[in-house]
Design a protein around this ligand. Sequence first.
Ligand code: E4P
Length: 218
Amino acid sequence: MKFFIDTASLDQIKEAKDLGILDGVTTNPSLMAKEGISGQENILNHYVKITEIVDGDVSAEVISTDYEGIVKEGRALAQLAPNIVVKVPMIKDGIKAIRTFTDEGIKTNCTLVFSPGQSILAAKAGASYLSPFIGRVDDITWDGMQLIEDIAEIYAIQGYETEILAASIRSPLHIVNAAKSGADIVTCPLKAILGLLKHPLTDIGLEKFLADHKNANS
Ligand code: E4P
């Protein structure tokens, strides 16, 4: 399973890269706004800065919701760097645009996916990545992980090549369960990635090893 970081923070992207486990980055308009990035030129420049840090794919989301607008915006984003993936919402014009991008060789990430039916349409349109939002499904007391399992089963049966990018990850447990449920990729906040490190027995064990070494060598 690949690890993407879900942020527009350059510092956090660098920290995850330094850990040696980073395969890509996803952003969305809310994450860009959170970093105070606004204005078309600044937004495009920021995407370029991210692509200069990571070798893997970087999802840049369109704002347009009509076919012509999505295609125009997506083509411009795709020209920023070879590792830009155009992130397109799961709407009728979005599916149409994903088909156009697929035919043009532009990689896409179909976002705001909440049902197996939507996942079938995105795969049929040729989306490179599919982003089912686990946390937001859990937020309304449905089962986000069941959604990943259902999509993984359908994609395996049908032989779809679209990669399942489990999104809206909120915790280390989400990451572990996404891995068990058949996600190809998880996109996570840095905090959730670092949370995977934690175990009290590791801390206790390390403390004992260091104390024993100190006693034996003093
Ligand atoms: C990533 O592609 C999604 O936009 C993101 O994971 C959404 O996460 P959230 O539900 O925590 O905002």
